[in-house]
Write a protein that binds this ligand. Sequence first.
Ligand SMILES: C[S@@+](CC[C@H](N)C(=O)[O-])C[C@H]1O[C@@H](n2cnc3c(N)ncnc32)[C@H](O)[C@@H]1O
Length: 130
Amino acid sequence: MYKTEVYLGDSREILKKYPDGYFNLIMTSPPYADARKNHYDSISTANYPEFFLSFHEEFWRVLAEDGSFVLNIKDKVVDGVRDRYVWKTVMALAEKGWRCVDDYAWVKPNAMPGYWVNRGSAMSGNIAFT
Ligand SMILES: C[S@@+](CC[C@H](N)C(=O)[O-])C[C@H]1O[C@@H](n2cnc3c(N)ncnc32)[C@H](O)[C@@H]1O
């Protein structure tokens, strides 16, 4: 039997109450760059690596030595060119010591209908760390 607890708040603050190495897995789908301005602070692609590094310290501390960190994120196309802010974020994390093991892809054929018409069968680029 698993116990599930859900907290609403800033993960950088909430994680502070957990001891070192407490978690085996961190999986996050962080805010999209330059998006959802009415829902949360929009982060530009240029500032994204710096923004994401603000999670590094607590993630690194609470993750067990043999734990994994999965970052569900995909870069975007701007004026017909792919903006590589995800690559830059991954490189910034690698410089902090994260070992990026691979990208992964997932298929979501049963997405709820809505404005995002291209999501139904989209495969997304994602990153896994250990
Ligand atoms: C791209 S959405 C992820 C959506 C989620 N995967 C889902 O399927 O509903 C990003 C989410 O991160 C949340 N968020 C933004 N900054 C956060 C922070 N510092 N700590 C925790 N959550 C945060 C936002 O409120 C938003 O719900």
